[in-house]
Design a protein around this ligand. Structure first.
Ligand code: 5GP
Ligand code: ZN
Length: 158
């Protein structure tokens, strides 16, 4: 897809623990802001260490992002316990995605060359409804509020 319609904040990580490698900057990381509830998101799941919310520019209805609350650009930047918690939440979100449709993709983009635009690690869970070519999607539109609320109603219950 073209980058023109996409919200491109989140490039710069917030202040990081030294173990996380990347240079600290003053620019807030959008997913840290969402995790701290300082920025809005359509949240479908939250526990002490992880969160899942709707992608603002969904590939399909119910496109979810699953994040650790702790900042790390990549899965390999996270402590093992956070990785484990993240995958547990991913599993739960895959199960909930099946309420919408049986099939889905799970994706993790690591690095700009892999298409990562928000450098706070996240899994995408992308429900699939029979698109002819799921890896070459049409242009993505910004999530509509009414649609988002309907999806949250379907996915937020445990
Ligand atoms: P990446 O390409 O880094 O794997 O995916 C980042 C995803 O985050 C994109 O699909 C993009 O639409 C989504 N995104 C970017 N900014 C925001 C935001 O502020 N809120 C939400 N919910 N999603 C965002
Ligand atoms: Zn972050």
């Amino acid at each position: 897809m073209g980058a023109s319609g996409r919200k491109r904040n989140g490039f710069s990580p917030g202040p990081l623990p030294p173990s996380m490698g990347a240079a600290a900057t003053d620019a807030p990381c959008i997913f840290c802001e969402i995790a701290a509830r300082r920025s809005p998101a359509y949240v479908v799941y939250e526990d002490a260490t992880t969160m899942a919310f709707l992608d603002l520019f969904p590939f399909t209805r119910g496109h979810l992002l699953v994040i650790p609350k702790r900042h790390g650009a990549r899965l390999t930047d996270l402590p093992f316990d956070d990785q484990t918690a993240l995958v547990r939440t991913l599993d739960e979100m895959c199960r909930r995605s099946e309420r919408l449709t049986a099939d889905y993709n799970v994706a993790l983009n690591a690095g700009a060359a892999a298409g990562q635009i928000v450098f706070h690690v996240h899994f995408h869970v992308i429900p699939r409804y029979g698109e002819a070519n799921p890896f070459h999607p049409r242009t993505r539109a910004r999530l509509e509020e009414e649609e988002a609320r309907a999806v949250v109603r379907e996915l937020a219950a445990g």
